[in-house]
Design a protein. Structure first.
Length: 432
């Protein structure tokens, strides 16, 4: 093991990744070498940043902790620390169950880790991060927590009330990241559309995005995790008028049946949802919508599921993910509904829904053949440069493959391409 080296392992969402990047910057400032997502310990100390959202994520986090605990027992690691959502929620239980961990921290008190290493937190670095993404893009977290009370969701239990970051602090961070070479910003929050209500007594997302777009060097801004109820419609104008605001919206709709929307406590109706989608497409021509849907929530009937399938066929989302309901203790659904739909039925519904979307995705990709688009190059892989259009977020969306014989291309640069072929997910293109 290397002395003065710390391994940070990040599990879960991009919001967790931002926390890890902030911690990494602080650790480097006090003299440590830091690696990210090493499969085996490389240094004396490891920090696992956990996810506690749903069953599969919790299981992954626990398995990772146990793997590193075993490494510690075998003498390959001196200290093991755990932070993040899982330990925020189950701190006492985990400390008893996995005593090999030197200390568990919650999601918000990770600064104590520095103190426990005998180091000080540097306040002057509060907007600085050590990016784990390619240097041309970064995630920008504008708030923490959530005030929504969806029946199935444990996030408010874990993260507490919605807390917006001040606009000026966010703008300062954007300027810093631009100075480090970042061109593309994935704006993230548990719930984007509520941004500003706590601090400014009104929804401030449109103004925030407009002010970010004014900063020289910001070439793409992409929005993630909006909520359909009380959507700030002024954002349509910003997306339409600002060339550096991507025509892309990630908005989790979860379901379309009024029965399910009510049982899920979503505070929208089927009619509201269709109206909002129509408004998006009318107000922001060319917009690509990404959504997430849920199957198997308690009370979902075959009729509800048929309605959901029809919704997917009718709306033809550009990007769609789905997952099966997982009962989370402490939630309204866990307390008041019986999780009576068998797992095999949930999985069958999930598979059927994703099969429908796969066909739609293939058709939408094929319709892009012959079109010219702007891409940013993320990396080289095998015989191809891998890029993305403004309609594609890293990790989760389709990619654009450009033969390396068309090169040389530079990572992090923008190019105009023509789409020459497609498959179910990705586009193939040539530079011109």
């Amino acid at each position: 093991m290397k002395r003065k080296t710390i391994d940070i392992i990040t599990l879960g969402c991009s919001k967790n990744l931002v926390d890890s990047e902030q911690l990494m910057r602080q650790l480097e400032e006090v003299g440590y070498n830091v690696t990210h997502d090493a499969e085996k310990p490389k240094g004396e100390i490891a920090v696992i940043n956990t996810c506690g959202f749903i069953g599969d994520a919790k299981e992954e986090s626990i398995n990772m902790i146990l793997e590193f605990a075993q490494e510690k027992e075998e003498g390959n690691l001196k200290k093991l620390f755990v932070m993040g959502c899982l330990s925020e929620r189950y701190l006492k239980e985990l400390a008893i169950e996995i005593p090999q961990v030197d200390k568990f921290y919650g999601k918000f008190n990770w600064k104590e880790l520095l103190q426990d290493l005998g180091k000080a937190y540097h306040d002057e670095l509060h907007i600085e991060r050590t990016l784990t993404t390619p240097k041309h893009y970064a995630y920008l977290k504008i708030s923490e927590g959530c005030d929504r009370k969806c029946s199935y969701c444990a996030i408010p239990i874990i993260t507490g009330h919605h807390v917006s970051r001040p606009i000026e602090e966010i703008l300062e961070e954007v300027k810093y990241l631009v100075s480090q070479g970042v061109k593309e910003f994935q704006v993230i929050a548990q719930e984007l559309t509520y941004y500003g209500v706590d601090l400014y007594k009104k929804q401030m997302l449109p103004e925030l995005i407009e002010r970010i777009s004014d900063i020289p060097g910001v070439e793409w801004i992409r929005l993630h995790y909006a909520y359909p109820a009380h959507f700030p419609t002024e954002l349509f104008r910003v997306m339409r008028e600002r060339d550096n605001v991507c025509k892309y919206m990630d908005i989790a709709l979860q379901h379309i049946s009024d029965n399910m929307l009510e049982r899920m406590w979503r505070h929208v109706t089927k009619e509201d949802t269709y109206r909002l989608i129509d408004q998006f497409r009318k107000e922001v021509p060319g917009i690509h919508l990404r959504t997430t849907l849920m199957v198997g929530h308690p009370g979902e009937t075959e009729a509800d599921f048929e309605e959901l399938k029809e919704f997917v066929r009718k709306v033809r989302f550009d990007r769609m993910g789905a997952f099966a309901y997982s009962e989370e203790e402490g939630t309204y659904a866990a307390k008041h509904y019986e999780d009576s739909i068998p797992q095999e039925v949930k999985q069958a519904r999930l598979d059927e829904l994703m099969d429908i979307q796969q066909g739609i995705s293939a058709e939408l990709s094929a319709a892009k053949v012959g079109k010219q688009m702007k891409v940013i190059i993320d990396r080289v892989e095998g015989d191809y440069y891998i890029g993305r259009t403004e309609f594609d977020s890293p990790e989760v969306d389709p990619e654009v493959l450009i033969n390396r014989l068309d090169g040389p291309l530079l990572i992090g640069n923008f190019y105009q391409i023509e789409v020459i072929d497609s498959d179910e997910f990705d586009l193939f293109a040539k530079v011109f």
